[in-house]
Every structure is written in structure tokens, then in C-alpha cells.
Design a protein around this ligand. Structure first.
Ligand code: GLT
Ligand code: MN
Ligand code: MN
Length: 388
């Protein structure tokens, strides 16, 4: 039996807004008293997290005076020093204040767009002050209920202008910070622009500084759209763009649930953890989730411990899967290669193409072969169910 105690090298992080979530929803009032940012840091240290991330206004309320901001920052800094917690990521709240009701970077009002840029520059300064190396952009309000309001191509141009401007700001300041764009298909807008991680990856290639910008895929956001999250993560990884990740869980085709990691689709969570560990992803494992509304702060701690413990259990299961002789034998069989196709599957040449066009395949035999994925999947299930 392994030790499932979270350690700094696991890079487990939580946002101030996650364990600090007070349980407000569209139908009900808060069920937990708010905690100060410093108290959240102490709570996270108690459960064994490595780091804490924040939106500008999770730390400093939007209407705080400079003196109030200093006091909050001092208490937060002290909590970080007392606990050793790091701030690997920061972001901007561009969605709560009424000014952003029709978006921030994509708003039709140039004053709102300019204000959003100002808010992000100040947010980046704040993040850098606390050591953040990744800056997330989740455009929750960058969307529409009716496309009568805005041409979506215009929205994309505005989004591009904003990210380009902010990349230049980072370069000009000499900051060591990268951007990570987070997609979501809907909620709080009827539809949100750049709805999936795949959309974001395509958009990044149109920027002036694509090398500074990657993605922050979130489990729940791809699951909401009924998509396979691991496929999105793998595409981001393969493109060198997996700068950050938001772990949680979610039933498909429902409201944004942000459940405890692994609590809904354990098999998907398993293959995700296995992928991150197998490829050697070195970024934060950030849990962007919150406790059920039924919980008090003891329950919130259980929620946070559960996210990390499930990750570590699945990591151990992945090691078991990789070391399982029957699984490995099946994989070897599935991937068997007698080398005979080598001349055809490499680089194009006219000779290769002509030889391949003339080659006689035994199509019927190839189509008849059973692939044994049922057995492979059942072995996976048995590892997950603890009998193997
Ligand atoms: C909000 C959203 C998350 C984003 C956060 C960063 S805020 O909680 O639901 O998915 O990652 O802005
Ligand atoms: Mn998120
Ligand atoms: Mn979410």
C-alpha cells in the first residue's frame, strides 16, 4: 500500500475561489461564512497543498482602497511565509462585475475593452509580485445570448488584439510569465467564444507571440460539451501547449458542476492521470473545483484532501497498469509490427507511392482480426476496482 500523502513535488494547487467557495448558487444563498485569503492559505497548508492561485479580486476586492489592499497583501504574504505555500498561477476576474455583463475583451464598448486591459495589467503585476509564472485567461463572459449583438469574427479579432497587447506588456515589463487560455462552451454566457481547448489551440497560432501562450484545459469544460478531455489534453501536450490544467469532474450536458476530482468518471480520470504521469507533465495539478453545498469547512477539507488522494491513488494504479504483465503482453500484441510496412509509412517519395499503390493487401484477414480491447478494458477496470 502506497503512501497517499500529498507532497510539494506533486504540485497540488487550489484557487482561493475553490476551497473559499461559500456555496452560493443561482437558487440559493451562501451556506458557508467567507474566509479571508490568509485563512484559506492556512486551510490549504493543513490539508497538504503545495500552492494557492488567485483572481485579482479573490485577493483584493474590486473597490478596496490602496491602504486596504496593502493590509490584505501583508496578511496573505505572512500566511505564505508561515506555511511555505507558493503562488504558481494568477488570473483576472473579468466576469463578476456588471461592467463585464457583455464581455471584457470582446465587449462592444471600447471603454469596457480598455478597462479590461487595465485590470489585467494590474492583475499581472499582482501575480508577479507573488511569484506567479502562469497567467490564466478564462473568458467566461466573452460570449453571447444572441448573435445579433456582435459578429463572432469581430469578437475573435478583439480577443486577438487584447492578448497581443498583453503579451507586449509582459515583454515590456521583462516579466517571466506565460499565458494559459481556458475554454468553456457555455455558462455564464449562452455560448462562449472559443468553446473548446481545440478552438484555443487554433486561435493561439494566430497571435503575434504564440510561444508565450498555451492552454489551461479543464476537465469539466470539455465534459460539459460531451467531449473526451484526455484527447484535448493530449493535443495540447503534443503541441507543447499544456501550460496548466484544471482538474475536477462533471456530468456531460449539465450546468457547471466543478465536482471533486475523479468523483464522476473514474476511468476518464485514471487515463488522464496516467497520461500526465507517463509523459512527465511538470506543471501544477490545479484543482478547480469546490465542495458540495451541503458541507461546512470540515467537509471542504475532506473535499480538498479527496481531490489529492484520488489523484495519488490513480497515479499508483497507473504504475500498476504499466507493470501488469498481461496488459503489457496485450499491448505488445496490439502493436505488433513485422516491419513489412516500413517502406510505405515513412516519408513520401514517388517510388514509395507507386510501390504502395501496387501492393496487394489481404483486406479480409486484416478486417477479421479481433483486437482484444474488451479484455484490455476489463483488466483496466479490475485494476481500478482493486482486485488486480
Ligand atoms: C471560475 C471558472 C473556472 C476558471 C477560473 C479562472 S474562475 O471559477 O469556473 O473554470 O478556471 O478564471
Ligand atoms: Mn477552470
Ligand atoms: Mn468549471
Amino acid at each position: 500500500m502506497s503512501d497517499y500523502t500529498p507532497k510539494p513535488e506533486h504540485k497540488f494547487t487550489f484557487g482561493l475561489w475553490t476551497v473559499g467557495n461559500i456555496g452560493r448558487d443561482p437558487f440559493g444563498h451562501p451556506v458557508r461564512e467567507p474566509l479571508s485569503p490568509a485563512d484559506i492559505v492556512y486551510l490549504l497548508a493543513e490539508v497538504g497543498a503545495y500552492g494557492v492561485n488567485f483572481h485579482d479580486n479573490d485577493l483584493i476586492p474590486i473597490d478596496a482602497t490602496p491602504a486596504e489592499a496593502e493590509t490584505i497583501k501583508r496578511a496573505f504574504r505572512k500566511a505564505l511565509d508561515d506555511t511555505g505555500l507558493k503562488v504558481p498561477m494568477a488570473t483576472t476576474n473579468l466576469f463578476s462585475d456588471p461592467i463585464f455583463k457583455d464581455g471584457a475583451f470582446t465587449s462592444n464598448d471600447p471603454k469596457v475593452r480598455a478597462y479590461a486591459l487595465q485590470k489585467v495589467m494590474r492583475g499581472i503585476d499582482l501575480g508577479v509580485e507573488f511569484g506567479a509564472k502562469v497567467y490564466v485567461f478564462w473568458g467566461g463572459r466573452e460570449g453571447s445570448e444572441t448573435d445579433a449583438a456582435r459578429d463572432p469574427a469581430t469578437a475573435l479579432k478583439r480577443m486577438r488584439d487584447a492578448i497581443n497587447f498583453l503579451c507586449e506588456y509582459v515583454i515590456d515589463q521583462g516579466y517571466d510569465i506565460k499565458f494559459a487560455l481556458e475554454a468553456k462552451p457555455n455558462e455564464p454566457r449562452g455560448d462562449i467564444y472559443l468553446a473548446t481547448t481545440g478552438h484555443m489551440l487554433a486561435f493561439i497560432e494566430t497571435l503575434d507571440h504564440p510561444e508565450m501562450v498555451g492552454v489551461n484545459p479543464e476537465v469539466a469544460h470539455e465534459h460539459m460539451a460531451g467531449l473526451n478531455f484526455l484527447h484535448a489534453v493530449a493535443q495540447a501536450w503534443e503541441a507543447g501547449k499544456l501550460f496548466h490544467i484544471d482538474l475536477n469532474d462533471q456530468y456531460a450536458a449539465r450546468y457547471d458542476q466543478d465536482y471533486r476530482f475523479g468523483s464522476r468518471d473514474l476511468k476518464a480520470a485514471f487515463f488522464l492521470v496516467k497520461f500526465l504521469e507517463d509523459v512527465g507533465y511538470e506543471g501544477s495539478r490545479h484543482f478547480d473545483a469546490h465542495a458540495y453545498r451541503t458541507e461546512d469547512y470540515e467537509g471542504v477539507k475532506e473535499f480538498a484532501r479527496g481531490c489529492m488522494r484520488t489523484y495519488l491513488i490513480l497515479k499508483e494504479k497507473a504504475q500498476r497498469w504499466n507493470a501488469d504483465p498481461e496488459i503489457q503482453a496485450l499491448l505488445a500484441e496490439i502493436n505488433a509490427d513485422d516491419g513489412s510496412m516500413m517502406p510505405f509509412l515513412g516519408k513520401y517519395s514517388r517510388e514509395t507511392a507507386n510501390a504502395l499503390k501496387a501492393y496487394a493487401f489481404d483486406r479480409a484477414a486484416l478486417g477479421k482480426r479481433g483486437l482484444k480491447y474488451e479484455r484490455l478494458d476489463q483488466l483496466t477496470m479490475e485494476i481500478l476496482l482493486g482486485v488486480r
